[in-house]
Design a protein around this ligand. Structure first.
Ligand SMILES: Nc1nc2c(ncn2[C@@H]2O[C@H](COP(=O)(O)OP(=O)(O)OP(=O)(O)O)[C@@H](O)[C@H]2O)c(=O)[nH]1
Ligand SMILES: [Mg+2]
Ligand SMILES: [Zn+2]
Length: 459
């Protein structure tokens, strides 16, 4: 099994700055909430294993009425700009749970958390939008709008492969941009490129950390944001000023999500197509063989449906061979499901040897009904299109013999350029990938020791 890019990458040594405080800022909206935040942050640990499938079967009795989220919204943007803080403000879950993440203060893996949005019929304007069942303004019962899964991407430059993989699951995105820094920062732009490639049209900018800037700085930053959006062809994108750690303007953001990121119309009739973004083994060391639970694969269904008991094929599989297994359980954040549909994150318990699913080893795999997919390939010919960045670097074009990383769906696969004619390049992959017709492929090359997204191609 090929090593995931992430295993090859190491998170940089950059020590993350300690939490900024509102002390240095001008406005200090809702500063009184900050104490509670620190507390809640720790309660996040308890939810650790939970994730999407997590405690499959523990908290969820069969038929417990678990509701799968309607769609996934990505949290993207430069390192430290507040993606995880905003995910927490919206969902109440701190998604950095791994010891490395807590130690370094940066996100390393994709984080997952669900929120339910409501609208109060008594209140007007943005104030009517909330993530609470009871309106915080007037105390009346609010009407449920929908359930949303958030995919919290890491912003560190070495973790682009992880971010790209997450982008394949996103139906819309929130680009988090810190107002107290020049815009764009490198990953602000790179993440925007990535969601563009992933075909994400519905975008909102959360202009974060407004507690740390004055009005003039906020306006200047807003202009820079508008220029960036224009460059990538994003029109009518709402820019919502927020302070994630104080939940400032959270209602405005929820309103923007409800208005600008509609639930897509999913195709549930075609054969199953699910992208695996992570996988794990829920057995504790020393579990007796008869109690061992099969490997769990988590991700999102992009078309079709799956039921408990269905036979599934996992491609490209292990060592280039497709794997077939049966779905033993299905779950979402809220508990067990009998059937899963496109939209919010789900996890499937399978009959796989759990060692195969340890530590996200199945990330990038495509899950389908057996026989419904094109064969996986190890050679590709691609017509590439390059990006021209606002932040001009020493951009170099792809050349013969270059090593590249292709991201296809949630799969990152290393390849070597074996030949080229103009922008048409031939690539030999170090492994296999499932490439669907017209699928967009992100191409990264190594530049001064790190992978940079430079181009894309349409299969
Ligand atoms: N003052 C202030 N600080 C904030 C705000 N939002 C986030 N921060 C702080 O900024 C730092 C980074 O926040 P995170 O939420 O971890 O940022 P991130 O974008 O998830 O970072 P990566 O996942 O590593 O890319 C933390 O110390 C937060 O407390 C805000 O609105 N105001
Ligand atoms: Mg984070
Ligand atoms: Zn109300």
């Amino acid at each position: 099994m090929r090593k995931s890019l992430e295993e090859e990458e190491s998170v940089g040594q950059h020590e993350k700055k300690p939490a900024h405080t509102a002390a240095g800022g001008t406005a200090k909206p809702h500063a009184e909430h900050s104490a509670g935040r620190a507390e809640k942050k720790h309660s996040g640990h308890a939810e650790k294993a939970a994730g999407t499938a997590g405690k499959a079967g523990h908290e969820a009795k069969a038929g417990s009425g678990a509701v799968q989220a309607d769609l996934n919204i990505g949290m993207v943007g430069h390192v430290d700009h507040g993606k995880t803080s905003l995910t927490f403000a919206i969902t109440g879950k701190w998604t950095d749970t791994h010891s490395e993440e807590l130690k370094r203060g940066i996100s390393i893996r994709l984080g997952y958390a669900d929120a339910t949005f409501y609208k109060c019929e008594q209140c007007e304007g943005s104030e009517a939008y909330t993530n609470k069942a009871v309106c915080p303004n007037c105390g009346k019962k609010a009407t449920l709008l929908r359930r949303v899964s958030f995919v919290d991407a890491p912003g560190h430059e070495t973790l682009m492969a992880t971010m790209l993989s997450g982008a394949a699951l996103m139906n819309g995105a929130i680009l988090v941009i810190a107002a107290n820094e020049q815009c764009p920062q490198p990953q602000t732009e790179e993440h925007l490129m990535a969601i563009k490639i992933a075909g994400i049209e519905n975008l909102i900018v959360a202009q974060n950390k407004i507690d740390l800037v004055d009005k003039a700085q906020a306006l200047e930053n807003g202009k820079q944001i508008a220029m960036l959006l224009e460059k990538y062809g994003y029109k009518n994108v709402p820019i919502i000023p927020i302070a994630a750690t104080f939940s400032t303007n959270l209602d405005m953001l929820i309103e923007a999500i409800e208005r600008h990121i509609p639930t897509p119309h999913f195709d549930t009739q075609s054969p199953l197509l699910m992208y695996c973004a992570r996988s794990f083994d829920v057995n504790k060391p020393g579990t007796t063989p008869e109690k061992i639970v099969g490997g769990i694969v988590g991700g999102s269904i992009v078309q079709g449906k799956v039921k408990v008991g269905d036979e599934i094929a996992i491609s490209p599989g292990v060592d280039g061979r497709e794997i077939k297994t049966r779905v033993k359980s299905l779950s979402c954040v809220g508990g067990q499901l009998q059937e899963a549909r496109p939209g919010g994150l789900v996890a499937a318990g399978t009959g796989l040897d759990p060692t195969l699913t340890q530590n996200d080893r199945m990330r990038g795999q495509v899950i389908t009904n057996p026989g419904s997919l094109p064969q996986s390939v190890d050679k590709l010919q691609l017509q590439v299109s390059y990006f021209e960045r606002l932040l001009a670097g020493t951009e170099k074009k792809i050349a013969t013999n270059d090593t590249v990383v292709l991201t296809v769906g949630t799969m990152s696969v290393v390849g070597v350029v074996t030949g080229m004619q103009g922008n048409k390049i031939n690539i030999s992959l170090k492994g296999k990938a499932v490439v669907l017709p017209k699928q967009k492929i992100a191409i990264s090359t190594k530049d001064s020791g790190r992978w940079r997204l430079v181009a894309y191609a349409v299969a």
